[in-house]
Design a protein around this ligand. Structure first.
Ligand SMILES: [Zn+2]
Length: 253
């Protein structure tokens, strides 16, 4: 799914009579696949309205009014989550626990004239983020995480490829919100940097999962038979993977 339209509409917000603090931004996305209008509260707290192609603009405000109490409740719950698990929602995390490579980084932040992320030279995992502009901190952290992910995941993928004799062409590290990894028909594999937050065995399952797609670009029975050859516990790994979604800190995306 690609985002085709992104805009906020002040008039709509006025009609909704929602406090701006509750609904700071509303994005309207036209989806070719959608059959109905749907409201979503995204991971980062933004609100998205998905509408089908040809959905009448005049119906939008009506739809929002009808769903106003749902939206208020959902946003209130989101605020509650933020209070219960501030680290996950923080844009300036104090701890970055990279389970996959067993590195737990403590982070501190310094305003400076130049932006950079420094790793301590000692054996302790300590990170200093020097920033010129607070709004760019997440970007700096993401860039740092990308480098880490490349250093860890790429060698692991090569290893898994050798063990399984499943060859791939290129590998890239990404930060997609909805995917742990992907494999194209040209056998190019992409891996999500957030994999570093998962246990090693789960990450290795994801690598096997994508490598097996070089043989079957689907989730057919023969595909899973192949996966089973290299990871007999794939079903349990798949389940754990789904439940671990909610443990990834949100600055990663
Ligand atoms: Zn798959």
């Amino acid at each position: 799914l690609r985002k085709s339209i992104i805009k906020s509409n002040d008039q709509l917000l006025n009609q909704l009579e929602l406090q701006s603090s509750l609904l700071p931004e509303l994005e309207v996305r036209v989806s070719l696949k959608a059959k109905y209008a749907q409201l979503k509260v995204l991971l980062d707290g933004r609100v998205e309205l998905v509408i089908p192609k040809n959905y009448k603009r005049s119906r939008v405000s009506q739809f929002l009014l009808e769903n106003r109490s749902w939206l208020e409740k959902t946003l209130a719950r989101y605020e509650q989550y933020k209070i219960e698990d501030p680290e996950r929602y923080s844009k300036q995390p104090k701890i970055i626990d990279l389970q996959a490579c067993q590195q737990c980084w403590s982070v501190n932040y310094l305003r400076a004239t130049k932006s950079r992320v420094r790793e301590s030279s000692s054996s302790l995992c300590h990170l200093t983020v020097e920033y010129t502009d607070e709004s760019l901190i997440a970007k700096q952290l993401k860039r740092w995480l990308n480098v880490k992910a490349k250093a860890v995941l790429v060698p692991w993928l090569h290893e898994a490829s050798e063990c399984t004799h499943l060859k791939f062409d290129k590998v890239s590290i990404r930060g997609q919100k909805t995917r742990w990894g992907s494999c194209s028909s040209e056998a190019n594999i992409s891996l999500n940097r957030s994999l570093l937050f998962l246990p090693e065995e789960i990450v290795k399952y994801v690598l096997i999962h994508e490598l097996c797609h070089t043989q079957h670009l689907n989730h057919s029975q023969s595909y899973w038979l192949l996966v089973n050859q290299f990871d007999p516990e794939y079903q349990s790994h798949e389940k754990q993977l789904n439940s671990l979604c909610s443990s990834i800190p949100l600055w990663v995306y």
